[in-house]
Design a protein around this ligand. Structure first.
Ligand SMILES: Nc1ncnc2c1ncn2[C@@H]1O[C@H](COP(=O)(O)OP(=O)(O)OP(=O)(O)O)[C@@H](O)[C@H]1O
Length: 253
């Protein structure tokens, strides 16, 4: 039986510059309350997560008693072989899927609950598969998602200029369906960055990206997490790349 077992998500490369805000517990608080308080201070906190696919008779256990704590202001790298459950975990964190059992806290709330802002504008999610409208141009794509995120048109246009430049995108009038695979992935990345969210969840954002741009993407992620207000969770297959994260967790089959 394959899957991610409890405590198998462990930091393998404790970064030298492990950041994170200082979490101080209030004094004289009952243990249960303080533990809840603690979970709500993290960017993401996953406890005793179980997730399987398939039937009860023949389940494919993907997450088995998985725990994960992502402090605010860090870049958290998830590394693991193909099929080990990275995407499943991320889609539970953004509220696209539900765990079978266990709990997830994201930015102090439970994904999918009223007022949590998740899924929603507090999070920028770049899924592994492209989820864009082929008939939209790059500009229309950015306007569409920007408006959904509550931005006004002039804010969107300003941000679009930055993202076109930063991600080396072609003319903003090109239709998404006519872009190369790598260009489409960069548009998808731009959508996640558009509204400058508190939490960025990136599922293999650097696949199909040349090494120079890959490095400037990492520089950007380091920059935005520097002041401790933004957090990034990123999956990758590349060990060398994952080393640039503050915390790296290894998911093993
Ligand atoms: N919707 C689904 N229905 C059934 N099984 C699924 C579904 N999605 C994923 N799986 C299975 O769950 C396991 C974990 O898949 P997941 O996509 O989470 O892995 P991953 O680590 O993201 O892989 P990769 O690095 O290749 O993207 C795999 O065995 C996969 O076949």
């Amino acid at each position: 039986q394959s899957g991610v077992m409890g405590e198998r998500v462990e930091p393998v490369v404790p970064g030298p510059d492990l950041v994170g805000v200082n979490v101080e517990r209030p004094m004289n608080m009952a243990h249960q309350q303080s533990s809840l308080w603690n979970k709500r201070q993290q960017a993401v906190c996953v406890r005793h997560a179980f997730k399987h696919y398939g039937s009860k008779k023949n389940p494919n256990h993907v997450l088995s008693d998985l725990n994960m704590t992502v402090a605010k202001g860090t870049i958290y790298g998830l590394l693991g072989a193909s099929g080990c459950g990275k995407t499943t975990l991320l889609s539970c964190i953004v509220g696209r899927r539900r765990l079978n059992t266990g709990e997830i806290w994201v930015l102090g709330g439970k994904p999918g609950t009223r007022g949590s802002g998740v899924p929603g504008k507090r999070v920028g999610y770049m899924p592994q598969e492209i989820a864009l409208y082929g008939e939209f141009s790059i500009r229309e794509t950015m306007l569409y998602f920007g408006w959904i995120f509550g931005m006004n048109t002039s804010e969107i246009k300003e941000r679009l200029q930055f993202l076109l430049n930063f991600l080396d995108l072609p003319s903003q009038n090109r239709l998404v369906k006519n872009l190369s695979g790598g260009q489409q992935r960069r548009v998808s990345f731009a959508v996640a960055l558009m509204h400058d969210p508190e939490l960025l969840i990136l599922d293999e954002p650097t696949v199909g990206v040349d090494p120079l741009l890959r490095q400037s993407i990492w520089n950007h992620l380091v920059q935005i997490t520097k002041d401790g207000n933004k957090t990034v969770i990123i999956t990758t297959h590349y060990i060398e790349e994952a080393r640039q994260a503050h915390t790296v967790s290894l998911i093993i089959l």
